[in-house]
Write a new protein. Structure first.
Ligand code: B3K
Ligand code: ZN
Length: 873
């Protein structure tokens, strides 16, 4: 397979000024006619990409080209032209119903009732017609769709509507003109039977915009929350960044057949139904939050991604990291700043840190790829967002806004780079941010170590910060990065101390940000009356792993008193990490487990601690995160130790207190979506889980009753999961009931599969295999594959990593089958093998055999081959 390198970037040899596209749509056969106005930029032939399409006719300035007048090889169509400007016409045929890879034009749903849609990012447009399919070719699009009116009553494409009409033989047409130049990856069309909900929106700058959300008839009544979220997103972007929407219509479409979460096509966002539909009976609270976040994310792309796009795919984080950051800030504003931060950091640790510690590790801006679709990763998205957050923190709120204004102004209608971004932010503030560029090019999670020395005689406290980044795949030499460390010091009673650094005249605020920009830096605080407790990296001010040798009681102080909600939780996580070490190998003994359970039992009884925070505090790092702490992993033992630690916590809090809390929360049960009700449900779930460890019989009854009484999906699903964990047999009737109740509700059934796929232990694989035989299971639907195979392989460590390797062999088998249908989905699931090298020797051996065998096959897609080749290294 060929490798694309950032260092090889060259600007396009031909620009495409405008594109006229005509589609004669049909499920089996669609004909696409294109007319490109090309303008020479360099002395080279015209080169267009095209894959899996049949060329029917090619014309140059209206004249048909014969066989000898162009070269078509390896997905590239080459035409040598003398003029500096020309019109190239093509007629091609594509076969939507045969497109199981869901890239380009394809069919969602059944032949007789489904609809046609497109997915072009990253390189799907070349599956629709011949085109320079790269993000730095920006053109104006005029698109005409023609189709049978009965079968395809709704015809949509990006841009403003520009007429509709009837044709002979029951056909009709619709035309769309997009005045904003865009790259081909933002092109989209949708055609079929869809219903809609609408809202008339007026932007802050006075544009009337018709908002439409489209979905199939059976789910259209579940789109209201998405519309609400869209309106709030639009208002937020106007308020926060001064960004207005820029077309007369904005369409959003839901599909059940989608490889990813959603897609920001200009004027026509397309969503995986999972991130658009929401109703209390079939969606959990988490899913409501995800809908709000993803709707916002795709909308925000209209500026960060569409108006300013990426020069090449290496710059992917330019739009993704930035847009995740914007989305996270929006969600924080809509909900709670500290809870959002906790959620985001937990995700970073669960998804990005492991990725960065294994063979798939890559920089936020990779320097090479063989399949770009494999780089839509937690690193590019989540770590990318952390980098923007550091920049925003560095500039402050107003400075960052000024920088963003300049970035959008300077690069509007342009394809930009990460350097451009840093330069705009810096120029607007008269500062140079180029030191941060190093973060974009270096893979691996930096280790930040802090060492403290207190000098009582001089009332001085010296803090030494050091950094080190372990070698990662293909990158052995690592450099020091600028690491902003936000910190405070507390006395033993939990009071924050005013900070005066050595050399300063007076003490200032109780919080400072120190930037560690070399390998090591020491700072000295004056007038410190007694040995303080440092609260470091507050708000998670940099995406690093902090190592500081806290005594359990110091973490206890922070856990009780740190006003930074994030660091308070973080102190609990650190303490839980130490407590976990006290619970290894069957013993439950040590200062840390004592301190952790004592502190939490106290907070449990403290009415000033809010339900939502308490629920988070009661959740120690998950199995996947704990696994990262071990040099050699045995997922069974990790799970057992974590369970032991939770049991110790539950018994310290005590059965009476747990029961009483559960009953109080149960009495408050409703399906309301306000923050208080959500927090109650969340805490209720934690309490029931804890109770199930020390009061099993009673917890089982409560779970059963909760399942029966649940007014909504959150309580119902939580009850099901608890019941199944406590007593799988007792859960069988409930699973059967759920299966029947939600027959035909794809998203609810996905959760039914996922909950069962995550039930731990040796029996998991057998359970998965019988679930595969369920009528509702299919390898053709990405959501279904993720909910069963993805949940099992990635979120069930003790189930997937069976010592006998049976689950590895089973997954390998399925990967081959999925790959034949949908390479992107196969590649995504295959990332579950990322951590095999750090498994204990028995599991490592069996994983290795499976990975090596798969990697040696020659009949797999480029997507899957690329993942396997890197994982096997
Ligand atoms: N930009 C799309 C992701 C496209 C993935 C292509 N394999 C969704 C998003 O990040 O908003
Ligand atoms: Zn995005």
């Amino acid at each position: 397979t060929s490798v694309i390198r950032l260092a090889d970037y060259r600007p396009p040899a031909w620009a495409v000024e405008d594109v006229v596209l005509e589609f004669d749509l049909g499920i089996d056969h669609t004909e696409v006619t294109s007319r490109l106005t090309l303008v020479r930029q360099a002395d080279e032939p015209i080169r267009l990409n095209g894959e899996g399409i049949e060329l029917l006719e090619l014309t140059l300035d209206g004249r048909p080209l014969g066989d000898g007048e162009y070269i078509l090889a390896n997905g590239v169509l080459e035409v040598a032209v003398d003029a500096d400007r020309c019109t190239l016409g093509a007629r091609v045929a594509v076969r939507p119903a045969e497109n199981t890879a869901f890239e380009g034009l394809y069919l969602s749903g059944s032949r007789d009732r489904g609809f046609l849609l497109t997915q072009c990012e990253a390189e799907g447009f070349r599956h629709i017609t011949y085109f320079p399919d790269r993000p730095d070719v920006l053109s104006k699009y005029t698109v005409t769709l023609r189709a049978d009116r009965q079968r395809f009553p709704v015809l949509l494409a990006g841009g403003n509507p520009d007429g509709t009409g009837d044709l002979a033989d029951g056909r009709h047409w619709a035309r769309f003109v997009d005045p904003h130049p865009k790259p081909s990856y933002l092109f989209a069309l949708v055609a079929g039977r869809l219903e809609r909900i609408s809202h008339d929106y007026t932007t802050a700058d006075g544009r009337a915009v018709a908002l439409h959300i489209w979905a199939e008839a059976d789910v259209i009544d579940r789109c209201d929350y998405a519309m609400d979220s869209l309106i709030r997103s639009m208002q937020w972007d106007e308020r926060t960044y001064g960004r207005n929407y820029d077309l007369d219509v904005f369409h959003v479409v839901a599909t059940h057949d989608f490889n990813m979460g959603a897609m920001e096509n200009k004027g026509l966002n397309i969503f995986n139904a999972k991130y658009l539909l929401a109703d209390p009976d079939s969606s959990t609270d988490d899913e409501y939050r995800h809908v709000e976040a993803v709707v916002a994310h795709e909308y925000f792309h209209n500026w960060s991604g569409n108006r300013v796009t990426c020069r090449d795919w290496f710059q992917l984080s330019l739009k993704e990291g930035l847009t995740v950051f914007r989305e996270q800030s929006f969600s924080a504003d809509m909900n709670s700043v500290s809870l959002k931060r906790i959620e985001d950091v937990a995700l970073l640790r669960r998804a990005q840190f492991p990725e960065d510690a294994g063979p798939l590790s890559h920089p936020v801006r990779p320097s090479q790829y063989s399949e770009i679709n494999n780089f839509y990763t937690a690193t590019v998205y989540e770590k990318g967002s952390e980098l923007v957050r550091m920049l925003a923190g560095h500039l402050g709120r107003d400075g960052f806004r000024k920088g963003m204004d300049l970035y959008f102004d300077r690069h509007d209608g342009d394809a930009a780079t990460i350097e451009d971004f840093l330069k705009s932010l810096g120029d607007a503030n008269g500062t140079d941010l180029s030191a941060y560029l190093a973060w974009y090019g270096q893979a691996g999670t930096p280790r930040l170590t802090a060492e403290a020395r207190y000098d009582a005689t001089q009332s001085r406290y010296r803090l030494t910060l050091r950094q080190r980044t372990p070698a990662s795949a293909g990158q052995t030499v690592k450099h020091a990065l600028p690491i902003p460390v936000r910190l405070s010091l507390f006395d033993a009673s939990g009071k924050a101390l005013p900070l005066r650094l050595e050399g300063e005249a007076t003490a200032g605020a109780t919080e400072r940000t120190i930037v560690l920009d070399g390998a090591e830096r020491s700072i000295v605080f004056e007038d410190i009356a007694s040995a303080p407790v440092p609260s470091l990296l507050r708000g998670f001010s940099a995406p690093v792993i902090l190592e500081f040798d806290y005594a359990p009681e110091e973490l206890g102080v922070l856990l009780r008193h740190d006003p930074d909600g994030f660091n308070r939780w973080e102190a609990g996580q650190q303490l839980a990490g130490l407590a976990y070490d006290d619970c290894r190998d069957g013993k439950v003994d040590g200062a840390a487990i004592g301190a952790w359970t004592r502190a939490l039992a106290q907070l449990f009884g403290d009415p000033s601690v809010e339900d939502a925070l308490l629920a988070e505090l009661l959740t120690p790092p998950g199995e996947i995160e704990l696994v990262e702490r071990q040099p050699e992993r045995d997922p069974d033992r990790i799970r057992a130790s974590r369970q032991a630690m939770l049991r110790a916590l539950a018994s310290r809090i005590g059965v009476p207190a747990l029961r009483a809390r559960y009953e109080a929360l149960r009495a408050a049960t409703s399906a309301a979506l306000d923050a208080t009700s959500q927090a109650q449900r969340q805490l209720k779930r934690r309490v029931l889980d804890l109770l199930s460890l020390v009061d099993e019989a009673h917890a089982r009854e409560l779970a059963r009753a909760q399942y029966d009484e649940a007014p909504g999906m959150t309580d119902r699903l939580a009850a099901l999961a608890t019941l199944a964990t406590v007593d799988p047999d007792a859960a069988t009737p409930a699973f059967a009931h759920f299966r029947h109740r939600y027959e035909g509700n794809a998203l609810a059934l996905d959760k039914w599969f996922a909950v069962q796929a995550q039930l731990p232990g040796e029996t998991a694989l057998g359970r998965i295999q019988s679930l595969e035989r369920d009528d509702a299971f299919t390898l053709k639907n990405p959501n279904r594959v993720q909910s069963l195979l993805g949940s099992f392989a990635r979120a069930n460590p003790s189930g997937f990593h069976r010592a006998d390797g049976a689950a590895y062999r089973w997954l390998a088998d399925r990967l081959v089958a999925i790959d034949a249908l949908n390479p992107q989905v196969a590649a995504r699931v295959a990332t579950a093998f990322n951590g095999w090298k750090r498994l204990e020797p028995v599991r490592r051996e069996s994983a290795h055999a499976v990975v090596a065998e798969l990697a040696s096959r020659k009949d797999l897609s480029r997507d899957l081959t690329d993942i396997l080749a890197r994982v096997a290294l």
